[in-house]
Design a protein around this ligand. Structure first.
Ligand code: HEC
Ligand code: HEC
Ligand code: HEC
Ligand code: HEC
Ligand code: HEC
Ligand code: HEC
Ligand code: HEC
Ligand code: HEC
Ligand code: HEC
Ligand code: HEC
Length: 315
């Protein structure tokens, strides 16, 4: 009641002060002697019988005969994740009173939240976690995982993209472009290329390099080829934008301009031979072959060639 009145009458500045004051004592209590609730989940569920929480009992965490899990014999049940709840129960939930809550807007610090999970998951899921960009930027396990649900959205193909793109809006925008991997169609996940918990590769890729990641699916471009095209062996991303592009086939730039970033136009077909012309290279030679496909009308084996006379990547 008093709390309600205070919230209503306080100005913005006073409100912030109140919030700070509310957080401080809760945090301070975290150092106090742990006191668990007397009857575990039975105590908690007296008050927390919200339907939205019950999905937990249909997940791996609620298995009664898994000694490693929260609900195994002797397990701390709810408090294995939420921490000692004795003080919280005694206060009849009025203050979070030391209870660990989860997510980006929780009172508990992210390090504290993740610590609860890592106590059990140090060895498997979180192998590369500590060195990951997510850990370094204070992303909580619970910002991706939903545990009180029968199905965790981040772990299923048709809902994962929505979870990741709540934070990754650049990628969300890219996915909407003309050419894209079938992620928004629910046929592919971010984790087809990325390791969510971190990896030793750049950009948390699943495999050691960009090329190994791409050729895991696009094996026909893995090589080695008799005639290699150097930018291809180096990095598929020299020409492709993995998340989506306004150009066809995920190209960063349209041909012939893509090719002309590296190859001179002089002495070679390099300007489309159309009445209205096309911005080309100064001193370039007009050619009908540069319409549409541009250079690849002739140099069709742009990823490399195995033909004995494929040096110029034309067959
Ligand atoms: C006497 C009733 C009562 C009992 C017993 C109780 N709680 Fe609570 N709990 C509350 C109330 C009231 C709140 C505040 C809810 C709110 O602010 O919406 C709360 C808040 C919480 C929150 C934070 C929710 C949020 O919105 O951030 C968690 C987590 C929680 N309780 C877990 C537990 C656990 C675990 C137990 C058992 C150890 C437990 N509670 C026992 C009443 C209770
Ligand atoms: C008391 C130990 C314990 C704690 C604490 C714990 N887990 Fe688990 N977790 C387990 C066990 C055991 C499994 C089942 C593993 C298996 O089947 O191989 C599991 C499974 C999972 C799974 C896979 C679920 C599935 O259906 O296969 C996820 C995701 C997960 N935990 C995330 C978390 C997160 C996030 C936290 C912190 C909020 C957490 N866990 C806290 C023990 C724990
Ligand atoms: C960026 C989102 C994200 C974050 C943050 C995250 N996870 Fe996961 N986690 C996933 C996804 C996605 C999967 C499904 C496995 C996959 O596709 O590679 C998963 C799977 C798991 C599993 C099941 C076992 C496995 O490896 O498949 C466990 C356990 C788990 N996570 C625990 C954790 C813990 C503990 C943390 C925090 C230290 C955490 N996760 C942080 C996205 C995340
Ligand atoms: C394996 C770890 C784990 C266990 C066990 C667990 N929780 Fe949670 N709890 C979480 C996480 C993570 C969240 C954040 C929301 C989510 O993931 O669904 C959460 C959210 C909550 C909330 C806040 C709900 C909200 O909407 O913000 C309450 C209350 C709660 N849990 C109570 C309980 C009770 C009661 C139990 C025992 C029956 C329990 N939890 C067991 C991890 C756990
Ligand atoms: C709660 C917000 C949040 C969610 C949800 C989230 N991320 Fe992130 N992610 C970040 C932040 C913050 C960074 C570090 C800053 C940056 O690179 O944007 C990051 C970085 C990354 C990076 C770059 C890693 C590097 O080493 O450069 C990748 C890849 C990534 N996230 C993939 C994912 C995937 C896949 C998912 C879903 C399974 C996901 N993220 C979910 C916040 C999030
Ligand atoms: C087809 C493979 C693939 C898929 C699917 C994919 N990515 Fe990536 N992602 C990459 C590659 C490759 C890079 C590295 C780009 C580079 O360095 O040129 C990358 C880089 C990133 C980065 C770092 C960007 C930066 O500027 O440092 C983030 C964040 C990211 N991806 C998030 C996501 C999210 C979120 C999803 C799902 C919506 C996703 N990715 C799906 C391949 C993929
Ligand atoms: C998990 C498998 C997988 C991985 C990994 C993968 N791709 Fe794909 N790729 C696909 C699928 C599936 C399609 C869509 C094929 C279709 O629509 O017919 C596709 C399509 C493409 C296309 C054609 C797009 C279009 O609009 O026609 C290009 C270019 C491409 N991928 C490049 C890459 C690059 C570069 C990488 C590495 C960053 C990569 N792929 C990683 C599965 C994958
Ligand atoms: C030098 C620029 C360049 C590099 C580097 C490159 N590509 Fe391409 N890629 C292209 C062009 C141009 C096209 C369009 C070809 C066409 O339309 O006939 C294409 C098309 C594709 C396609 C879709 C068409 C098809 O034939 O299936 C895939 C998949 C693809 N590339 C994968 C890759 C992979 C994997 C790598 C890295 C091993 C890579 N590319 C590196 C220029 C490049
Ligand atoms: C990122 C720079 C880059 C891009 C973009 C690029 N190339 Fe190349 N290309 C190279 C390099 C480097 C070589 C090797 C040159 C050498 O060995 O002297 C090469 C070699 C070639 C060769 C064989 C020449 C020879 O003598 O071996 C052809 C043909 C070729 N590129 C065509 C293309 C076409 C067509 C495109 C556009 C689809 C393209 N390149 C895009 C850098 C690039
Ligand atoms: C009309 C067909 C045609 C078109 C269009 C074309 N080329 Fe060529 N290109 C050739 C021929 C023929 C050669 C010589 C092959 C040989 O020496 O065996 C060649 C050679 C090359 C070489 C190797 C040069 C060298 O010194 O050996 C490069 C690089 C190249 N082309 C790039 C391009 C680029 C970039 C474009 C687009 C702007 C392009 N080509 C458009 C036919 C074409």
């Amino acid at each position: 009641m008093t709390r309600t009145r205070a919230w209503r009458t306080a100005g913005a500045a006073a409100l912030l002060l109140l919030m700070a004051a509310g957080i401080a004592p809760a945090r301070a209590e975290e150092g106090a002697t742990p006191a668990y609730s007397p009857h575990g989940a039975d105590t908690c569920l007296v008050c927390h019988n919200e339907p939205g929480l019950m999905g937990l009992f249909r997940t791996a965490h609620a298995r009664p005969n898994d000694p490693r899990g929260p609900f195994g014999h002797g397990g701390l049940q709810c408090e294995a994740c939420h921490g000692p709840g004795g003080a919280h129960v005694k206060a009849r939930g009025k203050q979070p009173a030391g209870i660990v809550d989860f997510g980006a807007h929780a009172l508990a610090a992210v390090a504290k939240q993740n610590g609860m999970c890592l106590g059990c998951h140090r060895d498997n899921a979180a192998h590369d976690w500590d060195a990951s960009a997510h850990a370094a930027n204070g992303v909580a396990c619970a910002s991706c995982h939903t545990l009180h649900a029968a199905t965790d959205p981040v772990r299923s193909a048709d809902t994962q993209v929505a979870v990741c793109t709540t934070c990754h809006q650049t990628e969300q925008t890219d996915l909407l472009k003309l050419s894209h991997h079938p992620l928004r169609e629910g046929k592919m996940e971010c984790t087809a290329c990325h390791a969510p918990h971190g990896s030793t590769a750049p950009a948390q890729l699943l495999h050691n390099t960009v090329n190994e990641t791409c050729t895991a699916c696009h094996a026909e471009f893995r090589g080695p080829f008799l005639w290699e095209h150097q930018p291809v062996t180096e990095d598929c991303d020299n020409c492709h934008q993995p998340h989506g592009s306004a150009q066809p086939t995920l190209l960063k730039v349209r041909t012939p301009f893509l090719c002309q970033q590296c190859h001179e136009g002089a002495g070679h077909p390099s300007i489309a031979n159309t009445p209205q012309g096309l911005a080309g290279v100064p001193g370039g030679v007009p050619s009908a072959f540069l319409l549409n496909g541009g250079c690849i009308n002739c140099h069709s084996q742009v990823h490399g060639s195995n033909h004995p006379s494929g040096r110029a990547l034309m067959r």
